[in-house]
Ligand binder design. Structure first.
Ligand code: GGG
Length: 358
C-alpha cells in the first residue's frame, strides 16, 4: 500500500450561510477519508475571516493571511457579504483578494441538472442538459482599475471610471483551458461570449485571440456569441451548449442564470483554479451569504458539496468525486430537497442523506 496522503485544507466559511454549507461539505469529505482505509486524510485549519471579523478589526482577513494560506493544498470557501459591510469592501477584501493573489485565473462553474429538481428547461424528450461556464477570473471587468472624484468636479458632478483590462496572455490561457476541457467532454464545443460589438477594444482582442486559439483545436466546434444572445440560448436552446467561456463579469452573470435555470443558485458548484499549481486553488459554492435564511438551517448544501467534489478531482481522487456526485443525485432524486428547490428538508437532513448515499 502506498503512503497515506494528507491534504491540508484551509476552511474559510466567511459569512451567512457560508458557515452552514462549509460544515456540510466538510462532513462529506471527512466521511470519505474515514472510509478510505487510511489511503488519504484531510487536515483542516479554520479561518474566522469575513464581515464579522471586519466589524472587529477593520479587515476582512489577517494582514499576513495570504502568506499563511499559501502553504495549503486547497482552500474551501463559503460565501462573502453581509449587510453591515459595503459589498465591494467585503468582496475585494476577501474573495477577490484571494483569487487574484493566488492567480486563480480559471473559474470553472458546471451547470448540472439534478434528478428530482424541477427546471423550466427540461425538454419533453428529456434531453440531458449539462454544460460548464468557464469564467476568466483574473482580469477583464474585475481588474479593479478606475477611480472617482476626478479633479475639478464638484458635488453632483462626480465622475467614476471603471476600466476593464484584457491581456492577450490572459485571454489565451483561459481559452486554451476551455478548449482542453471541451476535448474531455462528449460534445466537443466551445462557445465564446463577449459584447464585442459595443466593447470595441478589449472584447475585440478577446475575439481575435479566440479565433487564433481555435485554429489549434480543429476537432472542437466553436462559435462566438454576444452575451445578450447567449442569455437567450441558455433559456431557449441549452442543448446546444457544452463549454461556455466568457470574461469575468459576463461569465458571473451567465453562471447565475445557468444555476437558476437548473433550479436554484444553491445547487451550483465552482472551482477557482490556479492551473499552474504554483498557488492553492479555492473551491466554493457559487451562491452568496443569503442573509435572509442564514442561521436557520435551511441553506441548500448541494453547491458546497459539489464544490468539495471538484476539490477531490483536483487532488486526483476522481473515484471519490464521482461517488459524491452520485450521492448528490441520489439524494435529490429521492425528493429530499431544501426549500429553495421546493422541498421542506433542512440542511442537516440533506447532508445525512448524502452521507447515507455515499
Ligand atoms: N461563494 C461565492 C460568493 O461568496 N460570492 C459573493 C459575490 O458577491 N461574488 C461576486 C463575484 O464573485 O463576482
Amino acid at each position: 500500500m502506498s503512503a497515506p496522503r494528507t491534504f491540508r485544507i484551509a476552511a474559510i466559511p466567511a459569512d451567512g450561510v457560508g458557515t452552514e454549507v462549509v460544515a456540510a461539505g466538510r462532513a462529506v469529505l471527512d466521511a470519505l477519508a474515514a472510509g478510505s482505509s487510511g489511503r488519504f486524510a484531510f487536515d483542516w485549519t479554520d479561518f474566522p475571516w469575513g464581515c464579522g471579523y471586519y466589524e472587529k478589526t477593520g479587515r476582512m482577513m489577517d494582514e499576513d493571511g495570504l502568506e499563511v494560506l499559501q502553504d495549503f493544498d486547497a482552500l474551501y470557501f463559503g460565501a462573502v457579504g453581509w449587510p453591515s459591510v459595503p459589498d465591494h469592501v467585503s468582496l475585494w477584501g476577501l474573495r477577490l483578494r484571494i483569487c487574484q493573489n493566488f492567480d486563480q485565473w480559471a473559474n470553472v462553474r458546471p451547470v448540472h441538472f439534478h434528478p428530482g429538481i424541477t427546471s423550466p428547461l427540461r425538454k419533453a424528450d428529456d434531453t440531458p442538459l449539462d454544460w460548464v461556464v468557464v469564467r476568466e477570473n483574473s482580469e477583464g471587468e474585475y481588474a479593479g482599475l478606475g477611480g472617482r472624484n476626478l479633479a475639478g468636479r464638484g458635488p453632483g458632478n462626480e465622475v467614476a471610471l471603471q476600466t476593464s483590462l484584457f491581456t492577450e496572455k490572459g485571454c489565451e490561457r483561459i481559452m486554451r483551458f476551455a478548449f482542453d476541457l471541451a476535448r474531455e467532454r462528449d460534445r466537443k464545443k466551445v462557445s465564446s461570449v463577449t459584447k464585442s460589438n459595443a466593447q470595441q477594444h478589449g472584447m475585440v482582442l478577446w475575439d481575435e485571440v479566440f479565433e487564433r486559439v481555435a485554429a489549434d483545436y480543429p476537432d472542437v466546434e466553436t462559435e462566438s456569441v454576444l452575451v445578450d444572445a447567449m442569455s437567450a440560448t441558455f433559456v431557449l436552446h441549452p442543448e446546444d451548449l457544452s463549454v461556455v467561456v466568457a470574461s469575468n463579469l459576463n461569465a458571473d452573470i451567465l453562471s447565475d442564470l445557468g444555476s437558476a435555470l437548473a433550479g436554484s443558485l444553491g445547487l451550483a458548484a465552482s472551482a477557482n483554479l490556479n492551473p499552474d499549481h504554483r498557488f492553492p486553488s479555492m473551491f466554493e459554492p457559487v451562491h452568496g451569504s443569503a442573509p435572509d435564511i442564514a442561521g436557520r438551517g435551511l441553506a441548500n448544501p448541494i453547491g458546497a458539496i459539489g464544490s468539495a467534489a471538484l476539490m477531490l478531482d483536483h487532488f486526483g481522487l476522481e473515484e471519490e468525486a464521482t461517488r459524491v456526485r452520485k450521492a448528490l443525485d441520489a439524494t435529490t432524486g429521492s425528493g429530499l430537497l431544501t426549500p429553495d428547490v421546493g422541498g421542506t428538508a433542512t440542511t442537516d437532513q440533506v447532508v445525512a442523506a448524502v452521507l447515507d448515499n455515499l
